[in-house]
Design a protein around this ligand. Sequence first.
Ligand code: FES
Length: 524
Amino acid sequence: MVDYSKWDTLDDDSDDEAATVVVRDEPAPAGADAEIRRAWPTLDKAQRASVTAFLAENELALAYAKQALEPRLFRADEHRRWIRPELLAVADAWRRDARAGFAGVDALCRVEAPGVVSFPALTDDFCDALVREVDHYRRSGLPSRNPNSMNQYGLILNDVGMRGTFSAFLKYVLLPVGARLFGDDRDRSRAVGGEAHAGEDWGGSSLDDHHTFVVQYAKGRDTHLDMHIDECDVTFNFGLTDAANFAGNDLTFCGMYYADTHRRRSATYKHARGRCVVHSGKRRHGALDIEDGERASLIMWTKSSSFRATAEYARRNVRALNHSGEADRICLSYTHDPDYKRLMPKGLQYSMVDDGPLATAAPPPPTRKAWRTVCDEAKLKNGQSRRLVLEAENEQVVVFRHRRKLFAIDNRCAHQGGNLCAGDVEDLGTVLRHRTKAPPKSVNACLEDGVVRCPRHGLCFNIRTGEYVDDPDSGTLRQRVFPVRSKGGKIQVQVDVLRKDGGAAAPPPPPAAGSFRDFLKSRA
Ligand code: FES
């Protein structure tokens, strides 16, 4: 059943995107009070990151509170005023009476594609005020972070003092909606207006945290969003801009990240001001190129901490990105697909154009083995990592120095493409000591091997063998390893690079040397 109780004790400070790396001997951050300073030495790394992010957020929120353009947007108790009445009526009924069941789902929701549903949500007045506030903040000179790892333009609303407003919105309105569409079997409706919506349980009955931000698209800024999945359980994406003010930039949905249909298009959705489109965060999606004007979206990445602690979540979430099966061109990702350059014609690369056809692989381009320099020897100290990016080959390699030896593996995590260069490395023996359940044994591993923990979801890989520590025999969850050496004061890795001659047939070898007599015979 829908779990509202978590909001009574919710500690609103977790935010994956805000996590910062904290080293063990780092002093407590500025702004920490006496109590935090006392507790600091006992906190583990994740707790320290959480406290650091919380303090930074509060400082910024306080600074901006004095100069906000629309203070009403920052008042949690006023959130009902900016929600459309039809959504409020249904959400209130669902909250008040668990027996209200699925009444209202048909009237409120529209199925856009399997697992993708939309509904009216925000008033025009709120949408316009929020965009004005974001523009005002950007002119304030106060600092801001990118909304997420892919969008450069926009604002994290949690950072500037609006976390409480959106927590209230989630608690009172979006949680009951999430339960009907992505909640457990008792809460989840199976159809809207007789049409199956194919939503699965992704913790929608117990959403208790959010990362809320605005993204903005325009020519000369972010023009599109590459295909990706979100760092959350359920994504609520609200249009803020009147459709008359932009052209293009439609959202495009493909399959779930583990399915054979992962790279098959399922729907194209045009944003409407105030309307919300909701989907599992694990569904591949992106935004097409903007053709004209500007567009803004409000996005709430919501999570359920209790769902994430279940065995079912662990089972589902450990699957690797699926790159098998047919692919529509529009569903390819230049960030996450190693075969992108083979499947996407050159003239269409690095854009998001809806050109329709199935992607067909060009034959693999001819390559040769070559050593490429990563950095100077002195630039990679023990315990550090450096990344090499090969643009033409769409290749990324990360080199680690662990116990004074060098190791090189694929930088993109085999799980969902996380950046392993930003991960921490520990001995395999240390990692195993902290496990409650011993993972299966690997005949190849030894306890002093380095293990990198992916910063995105925490899966661990042996940097010598590339094995996934919890399942060394996994066919899909395994990092490629590369030869690495130190030569002439430089660290180099051996990679496959494109041949400059395009693979033209090599000139015939010179005739084997023979005697002068043989030569004369051959000319006779
Ligand atoms: S992307 Fe999920 S653990 Fe690396």
